[in-house]
Write a protein that binds this ligand. Structure first.
Ligand code: IPE
Ligand code: IPE
Ligand code: MG
Length: 273
């Protein structure tokens, strides 16, 4: 069934109303995958998929803000994506710069804070400048933080943190016994950002592709077959709704309806020991 725009709006509102406002994830991370396949299926060059992907991201930023999600982290270019044909890599790098230039004012007006996460060194100076300017222009914005992961790899991030810690340890700044999760976190590129409650991956691939390896330890994972250029606000709201139906146990157990029964069972076992 194809919905027209006003039907889509209605479905958005209906789905938004069904959400539990007490359980909106504060931080949603997205692996925006499937641009190339989307274009190829239509007989178009892969670049068309990347362009369409940008317009989808704009809509997802808006809906995230509207449902009061606080942080949206998107995977835009991985450390492994350099292995693609140089024409595609160049296209993507140009696209980042073009889109940032075009959209930054509107993002700023909507009080969206932009942050780039990843090793920016290999990028052209003009893009680095745009990134710097966008981050400083939007640094005090409060509605939503948009983290864009470019030239990002989870393993590289962990290695970098390990090296920093090794340097601090060997220079005597810290003791090996000081190394705990909090200290390790503080050396990650995501320092100060809470872990995502929800990870969405489009295009049906069931892998994390080197994304936020440390941070996803207890994130809920939602995978949809929808290719990123076909992803919509409705699909996003479905993912949030699905997240709200999850039982997050963090290695513990559900709160028990029959606690005294469980207690007496365990104490009888220990008596029999
Ligand atoms: C995701 O789409 C965007 C980037 C990795 C830059 P892909 O380009 O990976 O598209 P598929 O997965 O080949 O269809
Ligand atoms: C993950 O998608 C990276 C981004 C979305 C930027 P890939 O297309 O690079 O991942 P694989 O190759 O399917 O694992
Ligand atoms: Mg892909």
């Amino acid at each position: 069934m194809r919905l027209n725009n006003s039907q889509k709006q209605k479905e958005n509102i209906n789905l938004s109303n069904e959400l539990d406002i007490e359980r909106i994830p504060e931080h949603v991370a997205i692996i925006m995958d499937g641009n190339g396949r989307w274009a190829t299926k239509k007989g178009l060059p892969r670049s068309f998929g990347h362009n369409k992907g940008v317009s989808v991201l704009k809509k997802i930023i808006k809906i995230s803000k509207n449902i009061t999600c606080k942080i949206l982290t998107v995977y835009a270019f991985s450390t492994e994506n350099w292995t693609r044909p140089s024409k595609e890599v160049d296209f993507l790098i140009n696209l980042f710069e073009k889109v940032l230039k075009k959209e930054i004012n509107e993002l700023h007006q909507e009080s969206i804070k932009i942050k780039f996460i990843g090793d920016l060194t290999p990028f052209p100076e003009s893009l680095k400048l745009m990134i710097n300017n966008s981050e400083s222009l939007t640094k005090n914005n409060k509605n939503l933080t948009l983290n864009i992961c470019v030239n990002y790899g989870g393993r590289q991030e962990i290695l970098k943190a390990a090296k920093e810690i090794a340097i601090k340890t060997s220079s005597g700044k810290i003791e090996p016994s000081d190394i705990d999760e909090k200290l390790f976190n503080s050396e990650l590129l995501t320092n100060g950002i809470k872990d995502p409650e929800l990870l969405i991956r489009t295009s049906g691939e069931k892998r994390v592709s080197n994304f936020l390896l440390w941070q996803l330890a207890y994130s809920e994972i939602y995978i949809t077959d929808v290719l990123w250029p076909d992803f919509t606000e409705i699909e996003f709201l479905k993912a949030i709704k699905d997240y709200q139906s999850r039982n997050r146990r963090f290695g513990g157990i559900e709160s028990l309806s029959n606690e005294s029964f469980e207690d007496s069972y365990f104490s009888s076992l220990s008596k029999n020991d």
